[in-house]
Structure formats: C-alpha cells, structure tokens
Design a protein around this ligand. Structure first.
Ligand SMILES: Cc1cc2nc3c(=O)[nH]c(=O)nc-3n(C[C@H](O)[C@H](O)[C@H](O)COP(=O)(O)OP(=O)(O)OC[C@H]3O[C@@H](n4cnc5c(N)ncnc54)[C@H](O)[C@@H]3O)c2cc1C
Length: 454
C-alpha cells in the first residue's frame, strides 16, 4: 500500500502558519482543530488520505467549498481531507456536459461555461462547492426549468472507503448513483462529477422588489398565482428588516432571462402587487448573477428549514403572520456587512415549479415550497437566541400541520430523526447501500443513515 510519503498535495499540521485559516469553514460556529489537513491534488491523493486516516484510526472530515450547514466538513483531532485544489473543469460543448473536480465552486464553473452561452444548474451563490451541493440537492436560477443539481448529474468518480476508485452512473454501480444524489456524503469521496449544461442568455435582468407589508397576504398570493411571461424564474421571497426605517419588508428576488418584452410585462404586473418600498433592476451576465445574493464572511450561520407541501391560502396566512411578528426579533440581530442579519426565505421547489419528470434518486424533498429561517451574525452571545427563533419559526408550521419533510441539506441540525423524516420510505434502502459501501461507517456524514451511529 502507498503511504502518505507519496501524497502530492499540501499537508498542513497544527504548527504550520496556514493552519489557522486552513481549518476554517464558512459557519464559524464549527471552531474545530483537525490533527492534520490533507489538501489533495487528485483522486490518488484522496485514496492516500482515506488510507492514512484508516491506518491511523482517525476520524475523517471532507471539505469541498466549506459552505455546509452542519459543521461536518471539519473535525476535532481527525483528518480533514480538503478538496479545494481539485479544480479541473472540462466543458464538452457537443455533448453538453461539464466535468468538474471536487473542489470547483459555482463561480469557477460558470466562468468557463457562461462565456459559451452554457451553464449547469448551480446554486445561486458563487462560493458554494458544486459537488458539495449536488450530492444533496442544489437549487438555483435554472432549477424551475431543469430541476435540482442532483437531477442533472450524469456520473461521479468516487473514492470508496476500501481504497477503490469507481465510476458511478445509471449503468455503473446504479444503487450508489441513486444514493449519492441526495445522501451524498455517506459512502465515499466524490473526486469528480459530470453535469448536464443548458443554454443561458448572455445578459439577464436581476430584480429585487421590496414591498411595504401592510397587505402582505395579498402580495404573497399574487406572487404565488402570477403566470410568468418570461422563462420560469427562481423566485426567492424574503422577510427582513429595513436597516434605516426598522420596518419589516417583504421582498422578491428573481432573474428575467427571456425577451425584454416578456420581462417588461412581468415587471409591470408585479409592481402592482402592493406598495413598492424599493426596487433594484439591473443587467448582469450569468456569472455576475451568481454574486447578486451576497453573504457575509467570517460569520456564524444558522438555518432551520421545512418543506411546505401546499402553498394554499391557510399556509400563506401563516407566512403573513411571520411577516407581522418578525420585527421584534429582527431588531435584536444587527445587520452584517450591509446585509440583514436575520431573515425568513421562502421559494417554490419541484412540485410548485412544475419541474417535469425528474430522474429517480435519493433526494426526496420535492413538494411545494421551502421555508427557511436563517441568520448570519458574529457575536457568540446571540447563538442561543437565534437557534431558538429559527426553530420556533419552523415549529409554527409543524404544529399547524402545514410542514412536510425537512431537508438534510438545508438544516444546521441534522440528526437521525430529521434524516428519517427527510428520506421517508427510502431510509431503509439507503441504510442497505451504506452497509454495502461503507460498513465501518468511516464517513460519519450529514445525513445519519446508519442507525447504530447515534
Ligand atoms: C451562504 C450560503 C449560500 C447557499 N446558497 C445555496 C443556494 O443558492 N442553493 C443551494 O442549493 N444551496 C445553497 N447553500 C447550501 C449549500 O449548497 C450546501 O451547504 C452544500 O452542501 C455546500 O457544499 P460545499 O462543498 O460548499 O460545503 P462543504 O461544507 O465542503 O460540504 C458539505 C457537505 O458535503 C460533504 N462533501 C463535500 N464535498 C464532498 C465530496 N467531494 N465527496 C463527499 N462528500 C463531500 C462534506 O463533507 C459536508 O458534509 C448555501 C449555503 C451557504 C452557507
């Protein structure tokens, strides 16, 4: 067996000057100190890193873009396998696919594909790991038309716990292919992934329309019922507090990607939905579009999410209640880097978007809308308040009987109960596949699909 002396990438130990930064992930609450950080340069390095951890009896954490919500892409005292240097990108314009290394971020891949008028379905944020998102779900501007990132995967290369490197697709290791698209960090380390790409316009209009909230329910209903003339956009609703007036705002963020005429028509209708407090409409290219939802840096981050299977009027009334009661909590969380510290996001998912047939895979949160209470902050003293508030927002939908499945991707706290609720009837099948590929459970992952683990 090869040893770590064959490792080609960077090795960072606690005494090294880079260690302080290299150990960090996006959510600064995950303040952990690995025993060693192995920055892999290719798939062989990944195998060496896995073998090293197993031989030394150390826990493994795997980090792609570092934007996971659960703090599992770092660890205390174990081996942090960092994939950020594995950033090859190969666009095949004829086959309409792009193959990315495990460290590629949204912005990296769009920088290559967008100038050719092509893009895979990606997250809306430029800094998110492409593989890290696709192995759970991954949603963004193209999702209403082409589904989630996991639905657009054509194949993976995966380093398994036993040191084998396998190709995984509909025809190769099909069970694993099904499982990795939804419960992806449980079975091995994805070293590269191939995704479908779609035609995208060179210029889009990115729009944010902010409304006064006196008639929030009407605005919510009108947006839900709007028939878009433009190609179906990904419409992100947001409840937050205006920093100047301290009044609650209801805003909608979306990109218009069709003709000017269709976009003008949509805007004219939408601006009549309620009293507009502020708006921003600007032309951007496809890459710039993915920097339009900025997120704070060096911050703590928490999210609690639930699916809302029916976005019917009674569910909308609950959302409107959240608008009405947001102000007092909103005032207790400072803005950060020009961004609201706390917000409640809601957006349509597969069923509400009308996405056509999706391939069978383990991702299962596909009904209606998503509601997410999220916060970014720097003061540890706010931790408990924020966690309680986010949980409370979600609980109100659960106790009203309006909440569906939770997502293992979009919750900061993921335990066995949440995982079972998320995967439902597929949980058992996932456990069997786990038993086959990672019986020793060396990938203790976000979605806890091994009952014996907890
Ligand atoms: C600010 C912010 C904005 C976001 N915006 C969006 C959005 O617009 N749309 C959306 O769908 N999601 C969004 N997300 C969620 C994001 O898609 C997920 O958290 C995703 O898992 C992050 O992937 P990553 O590689 O950046 O993170 P990491 O923390 O590196 O990885 C996340 C998980 O995947 C595992 N993992 C990563 N790479 C691999 C690999 N190659 N093989 C096996 N396991 C691996 C890690 O171990 C960890 O458990 C956002 C998150 C944040 C913090």
């Amino acid at each position: 067996m090869q040893t770590l002396s064959d490792f080609k990438g960077n090795v960072i130990s606690p005494g090294d000057h880079e260690f302080g930064r290299a150990r960090l992930v996006y959510d600064r609450r995950a303040d952990k100190r690995p025993a060693i950080i192995l920055c892999c340069s290719d798939a062989e390095d990944v195998v060496l890193a896995i073998n090293h951890a197993r031989t030394a009896g150390l826990a493994i954490a795997v980090r792609g873009g570092g934007h996971g919500f659960t703090g599992r892409s770092t660890c205390d005292g174990g081996v942090l396998i960092d994939l950020s240097a594995m950033n090859d990108i190969v666009l095949d314009e004829v086959a309409r696919t792009v193959t990315v290394g495990a460290g590629v971020l949204t912005g990296d891949v769009l920088r290559v594909t967008a100038p050719k008028g092509l893009a895979p379905v990606t997250c809306a944020g430029a800094d998110i790991g492409v593989v890290g998102a696709a192995i759970f779900a991954g949603q963004g501007h193209l999702s209403p038309r082409f589904g989630n990132m996991c639905d657009n995967v054509i194949g993976f290369d995966i380093a398994l716990p036993d040191g084998r490197l396998v190709h995984v697709s509909e025809t190769d290791e099909p069970d694993l292919f099904w499982a990795v698209r939804g419960a992806g960090d449980n079975f091995g380390i994805v070293t590269s992934m191939t995704l479908a790409v779609h035609a995208v316009p060179s210029i889009s209009r990115v729009c944010t329309i902010e409304y006064d909230t006196a008639n929030a329910l009407k605005i919510l209903q009108r947006f839900r019922d709007h028939k878009w003339a433009s190609p179906l956009p990904w419409v992100l609703g947001n409840i937050f507090l205006d920093p100047v007036t301290s009044e609650t705002r209801l805003s909608y963020f979306f990109a218009l990607t069709g003709t000017d005429g269709d976009g003008d028509h949509d805007l004219a209708v939408i601006e009549e939905f309620g009293p507009v407090a502020a708006k921003s409409i600007k032309e951007v290219d496809w890459l710039e579009l993915h920097s339009e939802l900025p997120f704070a840096s060096d911050c703590r981050f928490h999210i609690a999410q639930r699916e809302l299977p029916e976005f019917d009027d009674s569910t909308m009334s609950l959302v409107a209640e959240e608008v009405a009661r947001f102000e007092s909590f909103g005032r207790s969380i400072p803005w950060i880097e020009g961004l609201p510290g706390a917000m409640i996001l809601f957006y349509p998912t597969d069923a509400a978007m009308g996405v056509a047939a999706v391939p069978a895979n383990a991702y299962s949160v596909r009904g209606g809308y998503d509601i997410e209470a999220l916060a970014m902050w720097r003061e540890p003293s706010l931790d408990m308040n924020i966690v309680e508030w986010a949980g409370d927002v979600v609980d109100r939908f659960i106790s009203a009987g309006k909440a569906g499945k939770p997502s293992v991707l979009a919750n900061s706290f993921v335990d066995l109960a949440l995982t079972k609720a998320s995967f439902g009837g597929d949980f058992e099948r996932l456990g069997q596949i786990k038993q086959r590929y990672d019986p020793a459970n060396i990938f203790g992952s976000t979605a806890v699909i091994f009952e014996k683990r907890d």
